[in-house]
Design a protein around this ligand. Structure first.
Ligand SMILES: [Zn+2]
Ligand SMILES: [Zn+2]
Length: 365
């Protein structure tokens, strides 16, 4: 088995091969962000001012949804401090670009920067990691989910992507606000309430139909785009004891124009090596990783990753595999037998099947 290394270990080996400018903030990224704001404002104007045909309104909504997700990716980058260094400006710009996804800068930095990045794919500590078989007996929802046939379950899981980010973000808000000191609690609440007040005021101003086209439908689209990336970032990889980004992260590949429009958000392994580096330089990081550890690096086209997500369960089995507990089918994870082009499973052995069945017993009995 390959030895695991921390992200700092990899970063130290790659850094000497990168130009100095790669470690500096890139304020020019804001230009792209403001172009998106111009497009979004124009779309809002068209929908609110004119009574357009529903098909036209839906098309404009799709465009707004695409732009919302793109500025969300920029907000993510800004809150890592890779666009501007001054803390107050970083938070202000981050809050602005994350308005559509109603996630405040304090929450995002605590949840994403300080928790997800530090404890990636640690079942207990990473708020974005999926559970293992051990959780099955404790979480009734999981027991219920795995009684549903695989394809039906996958269909609902994919449909759920249209709202998952908003739900997960709200859940994280209540989790972190509970632990915060009184002074910080106020900041959490203010940053949570400002975006929602804004969106609800828009509803009162323009009425439900125009609000649906300007905000609600675009929010569903944004959720789906953002979650398509987030779902593929780590969920096909194993849980790892050491936060090794080459083992626990996946970079998806997309046409170049999408990478440009999405601020290189697809380079997720590179991002976990250098979260404080502008994503503009991630192609250079990828070049180095491919030179140094080609056998460890995971990348695949986005559509293959999505198909692999559809075909595999989201319950870890002994950290490195995935299990459908009802059928006793065990699938590999990336680096541990998962081939996205030919997804296979093996049957759980009898003894293990009995243990799984015991774990799955409803605690009510
Ligand atoms: Zn990640
Ligand atoms: Zn990040």
């Amino acid at each position: 088995m390959k030895e695991l290394h921390s992200f700092g270990w990899y970063a130290a080996k790659v850094s000497p091969h990168l130009p100095k400018k790669a470690f500096k903030p890139v304020p020019m990224r804001l230009l792209g962000g403001f172009l998106y704001v111009v497009v979004i404002s124009s779309c809002f104007f068209l929908i609110i001012k004119y009574n357009l045909h529903p098909i036209l309104n839906i098309s404009i909504s799709l465009l707004i949804g695409f732009c919302f997700s793109a500025i969300g990716f920029l907000g993510h980058e800004i809150l890592h401090g890779t666009v501007v260094r001054k803390a107050w400006l970083r938070d202000l710009l981050g809050a602005f670009f994350m308005l559509p996804i109603s996630t405040g800068p304090l929450l995002w930095r605590k949840w994403h920067n300080m928790t997800h990045h530090i404890h990636t794919q640690d079942e207990e500590k990473d708020p974005d990691a999926w559970p293992s078989m051990d959780a099955l007996s404790k979480v009734r929802l999981l027991q219920w989910m795995y009684k549903i046939p695989q394809n039906v379950r996958a269909f609902f899981a994919f449909a759920f992507l249209f709202i998952t980010f908003t739900i997960h973000s709200t859940k994280q808000f209540f989790f972190f606000v509970k632990q915060a000191k009184p002074k910080k609690k106020i900041t959490y609440w203010v940053q949570f309430l400002i975006p929602w007040t804004l969106w609800l005021s828009l509803l009162l101003m323009v009425g439900f139909e125009k609000w649906f086209y300007t905000f609600l439908l675009p929010l569903f689209i944004t959720n789906f785009i953002v979650m398509s990336y987030i779902s593929t970032n780590h969920r096909l990889n194993p849980l790892t004891e050491i936060n090794d980004p080459l083992a626990n992260s996946l970079s998806v590949t997309l046409p170049k124009w999408i990478d440009v429009l999405h601020f290189n958000f697809s380079y997720h392994t590179e991002h976990h090596l250098f979260p404080g580096m502008s994503s503009k330089y991630y192609p250079l990081v990828k070049e180095q990783i491919l030179k140094l550890w080609p056998e460890r690096y995971h990348q695949m086209p986005m559509h293959l990753a999505m198909i692999a997500l559809w075909k595999t369960p989201r319950l870890y089995y002994k950290e490195k595999e995935l299990i459908d507990p009802k059928k006793g089918k065990i699938y590999g994870s990336l680096g541990h037998g998962l081939d996205p082009k030919a997804i296979n499973f093996r049957e759980e052995d009898r003894e293990q099947k009995e243990i799984s069945a015991e774990l799955a017993v409803d605690k009510r009995n």
